[in-house]
Design a protein around this ligand. Structure first.
Ligand code: FA5
Length: 350
């Protein structure tokens, strides 16, 4: 190594010892291997050398350049580690085992009522089914004895999608699929079809204290040999007395739905006003809660079940309205409002 190369190397090593941060390190890099750095400058002396000397000297400078680069990289790593250690030492110590001081969340009133109904029906041998929120026209209407031009379609102002499908306007839209799912067990093994299927429904409604455009229903069906209206009334009464844990005044009146025959409207005496009349019950003292009836023979046929052999009942419980009655919620819109302050009044965790 020529004395000049050695001198540059020694100076670099001494300067590197004094570097204590990234900025100084970068300065040193520029000073030695930058375009006008000491190492680069060494090459200027090559002009006066013979070809053989040029070769040896060139190699020498290259080796030095690589050494400088390696030492800079080592120093960079060392400084980076020191920076991390310093940062960690500044972080406040905390104990991850201390329980968080957070308020517990709670279930939405509709979820609470839904689960309660599910438990009641499960205890009576019903299975709980889930179904899509987007359904076909066939599922929502045609399979339920409501052909394309039937005026009963006007009862549900439905949201249609561009592809001809629609947002489920009632949970009855799942009936056909559920008959098809369980009909073989009914026909071959004699197992009654007993299912409930809660779900979100959508209608283009003008909203008021008891109408929402997005609300929950819970459909229930039972199909077997010799099922009658008495079975329907028994299950409805049991469900209501279990949910409310007290006697509730109900009335059954005729109601028209193309998918049941005969059809009924089951109303309960309004628990907000005690039957006196208020905005929650449209000032009638009664709240339409659970239309129901004996499944229409055409609907059973569409589900692959012979109506001469089997009969059944179906109901469409208004879950959102049930939650209103259960928790004393005067305005249905509070349930979709998303205000935790409002909703937490009705649930266990305040
Ligand atoms: C139906 O949706 C029928 N599919 C129910 C049915 C099922 C009848 C099986 C017979 C056999 P209706 O449109 O009345 O029916 O709605 C049923 C219940 O859902 C109503 O009694 C009410 O409690 C609730 N409901 C209906 N529309 C709304 C709304 N806009 N906001 C809140 N709840 C509603």
């Amino acid at each position: 190594m020529t004395p000049k190369t050695l001198e540059v190397k020694q100076n670099f090593c001494a300067a590197l010892e004094n570097v204590s941060n990234m900025e100084q390190l970068e300065q040193l890099r520029v000073e030695y291997i930058g375009k006008k750095g000491y190492v680069t400058d060494l090459l200027k002396d090559m002009k006066s050398l013979s070809n053989e000397e040029k070769k040896t000297f060139g190699q020498e400078v290259n080796i030095l350049k690589n050494e400088v680069n390696d030492k800079l990289a080592e120093k960079r790593e060392e400084l980076r580690k020191k920076e991390i250690e310093l940062e960690n030492s500044r972080m406040p110590e905390f104990d991850i085992s201390i329980p968080a001081d957070l308020k517990r969340g709670s279930y939405h009133p509709i979820t609470l009522v839904q689960r309660q109904c599910e438990e009641v029906f499960k205890s009576m041998g019903f299975v709980v089914e889930d179904y899509s929120e987007i359904v076909t026209d066939y599922e929502c209407f045609e399979a339920l004895n409501i052909p394309k031009t039937h005026p009963a379609r006007d009862m549900q102002d439905t949201y249609y999608l561009g592809n001809g499908q629609l947002l489920k306007s009632h949970t009855s839209a799942a009936q056909n699929a559920i008959y098809k799912k369980y009909k073989d067990a009914l026909i071959n093994e004699g197992k009654a079809i007993k299912a409930i299927f809660p779900g979100r429904c959508f209608r283009n409604e003008a909203t008021d204290a008891c109408h929402e455009n997005t609300f929950f229903q819970m459909e229930g069906i039972m199909v077997d040999k010799n099922i009658s209206i008495s079975n329907l009334i028994f299950f409805m009464k049991t469900m209501l007395s279990e949910v409310f844990k007290k006697d509730i005044k109900v009335r059954l009146r005729p109601g028209f739905f193309p998918f049941v025959e005969p059809g009924f409207e089951l109303d309960i005496s309004c628990l907000i006003c005690g039957g006196e009349g208020c905005p929650s019950c449209k000032h009638s003292g009664w709240l339409e809660l659970c239309p129901c009836g004996m499944i229409h023979p055409e609907v059973l046929k569409a589900g692959g079940i012979d109506p001469d052999e089997y009969t059944g009942f179906a109901f469409g419980l208004g879950l959102t309205r049930l939650a209103m009655m259960k928790f004393g919620i005067k305005d249905i819109r509070d349930l979709n409002g998303g205000s935790l302050k409002t909703l937490s009044q009705f649930t266990d965790d305040k």
